[in-house]
Design a protein around this ligand. Structure first.
Ligand code: PEP
Ligand code: MN
Length: 336
């Protein structure tokens, strides 16, 4: 459903428990296997005392998600130690948060810790509207040969009391593009809106602007989330949103479901064929007959050619297909 040129990152604001991390991931994997699974392990909170992330042990939950669902994983890094821990736990994508991008010293340290890596690094815009500071973070990465980078637009905190938690300032993305052409930009509607109800409209706007993807905070039980509870959506809401944004024509959906059912029958028929083949092997064995009977095989292929022609199928295609089926059948017979 997700187009190949779009990067969709989804998952909870924070990893809270193994159960929460794994269950949200399972629901997301069912939506689309190309989703990158995000979960914050270390949370840079505005005030101390709020949930500051589960820490190191959450990395093993992300590892489990990767092993059991096949989803790629992503988390936020703010120190070289975080990077080291992520590399040890095979995290696929690392992102640098808005509160880190503001600090050139921190960015420099991260760039040096990442030196030469080919890992995908996402850099969120700094909290306040300073495009050059954002661009500077990419330049520091470049200088350390960290080239596989993308930008995340998560809105800017400008003290306005508008409807958004962080104002999007879409027009500033042009300035960003002019300063670093061809850098992919992913939109983070969750941190822009701060409100689950506004996430779809921001996602739609980003899609209309042809941005390169979305990072959307998704939680199996948003109202009980330990951070950013108001802005997280449920996996089923994400599915509806992605369906809406990247809609598949209903005719295509129907045809796909028809083809899936046909494949199921085909495979069941192949299984039946293999069972018969096994019975044949036993009969051949008790009658001391060779497994491979060239004349029988020749006449079978001739018969198939006629059936293919009668069904407007290319006989060469059926011939090749039957060579594979025959080979599997012979090797099963030999094993009996
Ligand atoms: C986050 O993605 O959970 C996060 C803390 O984002 P930001 O750095 O954009 O505030
Ligand atoms: Mn968050």
């Amino acid at each position: 459903m997700i187009p190949k040129n779009k990067c969709i990152i989804a998952g909870p604001c924070s990893a809270e428990s193994r159960e929460q991390v794994v269950s949200t991931a399972k629901s997301l994997a069912k939506i689309d296997s190309s989703i990158i699974y995000r979960a914050g392990i270390w949370k840079p909170r505005t005030s101390p005392g709020s949930f500051e992330g589960i820490g190191h042990k959450g990395l093993s939950w992300l590892k489990e998600v990767k092993e059991t669902t096949g989803l790629k994983t992503a988390t936020e890094v703010a120190t070289p130690k975080h990077i080291e821990a992520c590399l040890e736990n095979d995290i696929d994508v690392l992102w640098i948060g808005a509160r880190t991008t503001v600090n050139p010293f921190a960015i420099q340290e991260l760039a040096e810790a990442l030196r030469g890596t080919n890992k995908e690094i996402l850099i969120k815009n700094p909290i306040h509207l300073d495009i050059k500071l954002w661009v500077g973070a990419f330049e520091r990465m470049e200088r350390c040969s960290v080239k596989n980078t993308k930008a995340i637009h998560r809105g800017f905190s400008d003290g306005s009391s508008g409807i958004y938690r962080n104002s999007p300032h879409w027009e500033q993305l042009k300035t960003f593009n002019n300063l670093i052409p061809e850098k992919d930009i992913i939109c983070d509607p969750s941190h822009i809106s701060g409100n689950a109800l506004l996430v779809p409209s921001i996602a739609e706007k980003a899609s209309k602007l042809n941005l390169n993807g979305l990072m959307i905070e998704t939680h199996h039980d948003p109202s009980n989330a330990l951070s950013d509870a108001k802005q997280q959506i449920k996996p089923e809401q994400l599915e509806l949103l992605l369906n809406y944004l990247y809609e598949i024509p209903s005719e295509l959906k129907m045809l796909r479901s028809e083809i899936d059912q046909t494949d199921e029958h085909l495979i069941e028929l192949l299984a039946r064929r293999m069972d018969i083949s096994k019975k044949i092997a036993e009969v051949k064995h008790s009658n001391k007959l060779e497994i491979h009977q060239p004349n029988r095989w020749k006449s079978l292929q001739q018969r198939n050619k006629d059936i293919a022609n009668n069904n407007q199928l290319d006989p060469a295609f059926i011939h090749t297909l039957y060579e594979i089926i025959h080979e599997a059948s012979i090797s099963t017979q030999k094993s009996i």
